[in-house]
Ligand binder design. Structure first.
Ligand code: IDP
Length: 136
């Protein structure tokens, strides 16, 4: 059974020039690209995307950061794609992320951890609709 997940190469990843590296790791793993777009997020889209964090102290900084430059949004498909991509991404805090993972290899700060991947089928459906309404 195949599933879909939303992946973002966040503005720090675009600035750092690792978009190709992230896509290459997704493809090497055997996951399939279903949609891909370079976007500048509107504030309201960013707030909706991170709505589960709206009460957190870092919410304002998170929205500033994710709207602060272009990002690359992708829909990725494959068997257990949600878990498969989160394994490629590594832990949220890049210092504790295992070397060999995207965050473990390319980042040091929790606020700039290069990629996002949906964390459940519910989030994946919601986030894919938000970024790619045409795939709904
Ligand atoms: P995830 O991206 O690994 O799913 P979440 O807990 O859903 O992690 O957090 C969403 C994003 O919010 C993280 O990727 C990170 O960039 C940011 N974030 C999480 N915790 C903190 C924090 O304590 N300070 C600053 N940013 C944070």
């Amino acid at each position: 059974m195949s599933e879909r997940t939303l992946v973002l190469v966040k503005p720090d990843g675009v600035r750092r020039g690792v978009v190709g590296e992230v896509i290459s790791r997704i493809e090497r793993k055997g996951l399939k690209l279903v949609a891909l777009e370079l976007k500048n997020l509107k504030r309201e889209t960013a707030e909706a995307h991170y709505e589960e964090h709206s009460e957190k102290p870092f919410f304002g900084d998170l929205v500033d950061f994710i709207t602060g430059g272009p990002l690359v949004a992708l829909v990725v498909e494959g068997p257990r794609a949600i878990e498969a991509f989160r394994a490629l991404a590594g832990a949220t805090d890049p210092v504790s992320a295992t070397p060999g993972t995207i965050r473990g290899d390319f980042a040091l700060e929790i606020g700039e951890n290069i990629v996002h991947g949906s964390d459940s089928t519910y989030s994946a459906d919601r986030e894919i609709k938000l970024f790619f309404p045409e795939l709904g």
